[in-house]
Design a protein. Sequence first.
Length: 317
Amino acid sequence: MTDVTVIGCGVSGLSSAIRLQEAGFSVGIVSRELPPHTTSDVAGAIWHPISAENLPNGLRWAAECREELLRLVDEPGSGVQMIQLLEPVEEGKEGERWQALLDDLRTVPEDELPLGYTGGFRYTVPLIETPIYMAYLVRRFQANGGEIQQALVSTLQKYTGADRLVVNCTGAWAGKLTGDSRVFPIRGQILRLPPQPQVTRAFMSHGGPLGFTYIFPRSQDCLLGGTSEAGSWSVRPNDATSAAIRGRCASVDRSLADAEVIDVRVGLRPGRDEVRLELEETASGPVIHNYGHSGIGHTLAWGCANDVARIARERFG
Ligand SMILES: Cc1cc2nc3c(=O)[nH]c(=O)nc-3n(C[C@H](O)[C@H](O)[C@H](O)COP(=O)(O)OP(=O)(O)OC[C@H]3O[C@@H](n4cnc5c(N)ncnc54)[C@H](O)[C@@H]3O)c2cc1C
């Protein structure tokens, strides 16, 4: 049985590690940050492949990931639920190709949309409650015999070898290990409110008067977002950003204007013009890279993990 070391314990690392175990490999994870302290823990996270159609395999990864998430809806303790989402769209914007993956897409009349929008959609998607889901992934990996070590990796060569495999899932920090100058952080800040029972549906806009705004009601809290600041490495919450997020969300739902905020969190999405998922035969041994999922890492994770396991099987026969 070939030994595999996965570097990184976010959603990409954990999903890859689990699929590799299921393919028969003996897998360990080494990571600087562990759940609940990774970018993946900060995320909303809704299954929404908005930019997936720009990636060569994006729609297939999103479809495969949706399939696993639908299975997890029925698995107690996974933190995955189905939720109805309202998405107003900019004037003149048509439906997108990825929407063909949905079962119940409907157009929404103007009088049910926030002010300034004339078109929009309503549909049901998986919502991943990350505080529950990331802990579930860790348990699933450990239950399969996997071990997690907390350590900063300064060079991949420390773990490579002719008969060993390294899987690089280091997200926004991948450039520091690989020299890949195409990776960059995309800062995202969110507000956590206590559960808001009056909010029963999710909301998300990517353009138009509200710009990038979302409201995700979850069982243990309600998330308000969002921001998308390319190039910023700052993980300190910004008060002006919080006020702007709150203002936009309150214009969608007035009940959110005065609700208590229990936490403000910041995560660094791994920006890249395309996901890097490929085998590299380095001088010291094989490395599969799986990073650069930008703002849709939770939407693609299981599809990418399937490819990591397939490449590993092909490489090691
Ligand atoms: C506010 C916000 C909202 C989001 N909403 C959504 C959403 O609704 N839907 C969606 O699909 N996606 C969403 N995303 C994007 C998604 O969270 C990311 O694409 C995804 O988390 C990336 O996962 P990852 O495992 O590749 O990276 P990460 O979660 O960042 O994990 C990287 C791991 O690598 C480790 N690491 C890095 N460098 C080293 C090193 N040198 N040595 C050891 N370990 C190292 C880190 O410590 C960490 O454990 C959102 C992100 C944010 C911030």
